[in-house]
Design a protein around this ligand. Structure first.
Ligand SMILES: CC(C)(COP(=O)(O)OP(=O)(O)OC[C@H]1O[C@@H](n2cnc3c(N)ncnc32)[C@H](O)[C@@H]1OP(=O)(O)O)[C@@H](O)C(=O)NCCC(=O)NCCS
Length: 199
C-alpha cells in the first residue's frame, strides 16, 4: 500500500471542503469526525469554561483558521484534529500529530470540555483512534506526550496499556518556566495482544 493510501485508509478516501461528516470511527455512544468549518462555533463553545493543567487551549486565534489548518494537514497526509461527539454533543477533540510515514509513527493529543470529564470519553476515543491508526492507516507506533504532573492526562495512556519510555527534562518552555514531557508509546505488536488494552 502506498503511504498516501495508508494514511487515508484502505478506501483511499480523501477529504476536501465539500466532504461532510468525515467519520473516523463510531464506538458505542461516541463518534469521531474530522473537524470541519461548520464545527467552528461548537469548538469555540467548548473553549468557554475550559480548564487545563496549564490553562492551555489547542489553538491561538480563530477556530476557523485552526480547522482550515487541520483540513490542509489531512489533505497532505499529515494528520488531523477530529471532534469527539458524545451523545450528539461536541465533548472534546483528539489530534493525530507528527505523522511520520517512513517510520510509521504518530502522536495523539486530546482534550475534553470540562463538563465531559470523568466519563471515560477520552480513553475510549483514543482507544478507537489507535485502532484506526494501526488497522486502517498501517502505523506501527503511537506516542502520547504528557506533562508528567498532569495526572489525569497521564492516566489515559496508562489505562490503555502504553509503556512509559522516559521523561524529557525541561522539554517545553511555558513562557515563564520550563516543563518536562513524559513519553508514552504503544506498538502495533503490543496493541494487538488481547490483554494490552483497557476494556
Ligand atoms: C486529560 C483529559 C482529557 C482527561 O479527562 P478524563 O475525563 O480524566 O479522561 P476520560 O474521559 O478518559 O475519563 C476517565 C475518567 O472516567 C472514568 N471512567 C468512567 N467510565 C470509563 C470508561 N468506560 N473507561 C475509562 N474510564 C472511565 C475513569 O475512572 C476516570 O475517572 P477518574 O479520573 O476519577 O479515575 C482532561 O483532563 C483534559 O481535557 N484536560 C485538559 C487538556 C489536557 O491536559 N490534555 C492532555 C494533553 S496531552
Amino acid at each position: 500500500m502506498s503511504y498516501q493510501a495508508a494514511m487515508h485508509g484502505s478506501t483511499g478516501c480523501r477529504l476536501d471542503s465539500t466532504v461532510t461528516n468525515m467519520l473516523i470511527c463510531r464506538v458505542d455512544d461516541l463518534e469521531i469526525h474530522i473537524l470541519e468549518p461548520k464545527d467552528a462555533a461548537k469548538l469555540e463553545g467548548l473553549k468557554q469554561g475550559y480548564t487545563s493543567y496549564r490553562n492551555e487551549w489547542i489553538y491561538n486565534g480563530k477556530a476557523e483558521d485552526f480547522i482550515t489548518g487541520s483540513l490542509q494537514r489531512f489533505n497532505s497526509n499529515q494528520g488531523f484534529w477530529a471532534g469527539v461527539w458524545w451523545k450528539g454533543q461536541l465533548a472534546g477533540v483528539v489530534g493525530l500529530n507528527e505523522v511520520n510515514h517512513w517510520n510509521r509513527s504518530a502522536n495523539i493529543d486530546y482534550m475534553l470540555g470540562a463538563a465531559f470529564r470523568g466519563k471515560g470519553i477520552v480513553t475510549r476515543a483514543v482507544k478507537a483512534l489507535i485502532d484506526y491508526c494501526l488497522d486502517q492507516l498501517n502505523l506501527n507506533r503511537i506516542e502520547i506526550h504528557v506533562d508528567p504532573e498532569n495526572v489525569k492526562s497521564c492516566a489515559v495512556p496508562e489505562r490503555l496499556g502504553f509503556k512509559k519510555e522516559g521523561v524529557l527534562r525541561q522539554k517545553i518552555f511555558y513562557g515563564d518556566s520550563f516543563g518536562d514531557k513524559a513519553i508514552y508509546a504503544v506498538l502495533s505488536s503490543e496493541w494487538h495482544k488481547p490483554a494490552a488494552k483497557a476494556k
